[in-house]
Write a protein of this length. Structure first.
Length: 308
């Protein structure tokens, strides 16, 4: 009986060691401040990825809120030069993580710099992709870059995510006439969308014509008439959440996808819902939850208006 109990305990311990949440977390010694987000950007670009955005949030935090507890808080987005085309060609919703995000942060008085980005399993869960082959290849690229550049970095995973019954990607569709000029459809849709951001406090730090990647700058055919992604930020959301759950920066800025697939008479627009922040990053602070849920409601109203 004693041996059976010991065996059961060993199996339980092994299972707990293998369990992981939705976020890859890295911690690296940086007391002297020599490691910067620009070093991470350079490493990612050299490692087969392409950085789209490297946004230092310290200035905006101080300007709008007069203070911050961080000496480094950066939002970075990137995509894979080798695998992103294959991924989005196969899975239209994958644009919701193209580019994908990485949070980079270090509090004042803290000796370690931290990195946070989604696991392949988490992206697959959110996007509804069961075959994780391509997502795992992209994740492997990112892990290899970080582990090679910062050999002493400690890699862990976030705690198990909270359960949620909400849809993890919010999407809306707009029917289009197949005889319409698709360039005109794209221009009108994006003009209406962009004009709706500012009244609700959303800003666009980065914009990407994903079809340029999918067509390899016009060399091959794309399955889409157009595919655009917008990186969307709302400063009060990022600031308020950062105070209790900085690892949630892996979801910021939020990527909004807009695409029209060839052979389909609809434009699809969508984004990873804030329920991912609440679930994957375990955001439980009352003020942070309120900001997130308001942003979800506001953004849904924008997308509903532009697709009606």
């Amino acid at each position: 009986m004693k041996k059976l109990l010991l065996l059961a305990l060993a199996l339980l311990c092994a299972a707990s060691l293998q369990a992981k949440g939705d976020l890859n977390l890295f911690s690296v010694a940086n007391k002297d401040g020599k490691i910067t987000p620009y070093m991470i950007e350079e490493a990612l670009n050299k490692g087969g990825l392409h950085v789209e955005l490297n946004s230092n949030m310290i200035g905006p935090f101080k300007k709008q809120f007069k203070e911050t507890k961080y000496k480094i808080f950066t939002l970075m987005t990137f995509w894979s030069k080798r695998y992103t085309k294959q991924l989005v060609d196969k899975y239209p919703k994958a644009g919701a993580f193209t580019p994908m995000g990485m949070g980079i942060y270090q509090a004042k008085g803290e000796n370690n710099l931290h990195l946070s980005f989604l696991t392949a399993e988490a992206q697959g869960k959110i996007l509804g992709i069961k075959d994780l082959t391509l997502l795992k290849k992209i994740e492997k690229e990112v892990l290899a870059v970080v582990q090679k550049r910062f050999v002493n970095a400690v890699h862990t995973y976030s705690a198990d995510s909270l359960q949620t019954s909400h849809n993890l990607v919010t999407t809306y569709e707009m029917e289009v006439d197949p005889d319409d000029d698709m360039d005109d459809v794209q221009d009108e849709f994006t003009m209406n969308l962009e004009s709706a951001f500012k009244p609700f406090g959303f800003v666009v730090p980065e914009y990407m014509d994903l079809n340029e990647v999918l067509t390899e700058d016009g060399k091959v055919e794309s399955p889409y008439d157009f595919y655009l992604t917008y990186s969307i930020c709302k400063l009060p959301v990022i600031y308020t959440v950062s105070k209790s759950r900085p690892q949630a920066a892996a979801f910021a800025p939020c990527t909004t996808m807009i695409y029209k697939k060839k052979g389909e008479n609809k434009v699809v627009v969508g984004f990873p819902a804030v329920y991912n922040w609440l679930s994957s990053a375990k955001v439980e602070d009352k003020a942070a939850k309120a900001e997130l849920l308001k942003a979800q409601k506001d953004f849904e109203s924008i997308l509903k208006d532009v697709t009606e």
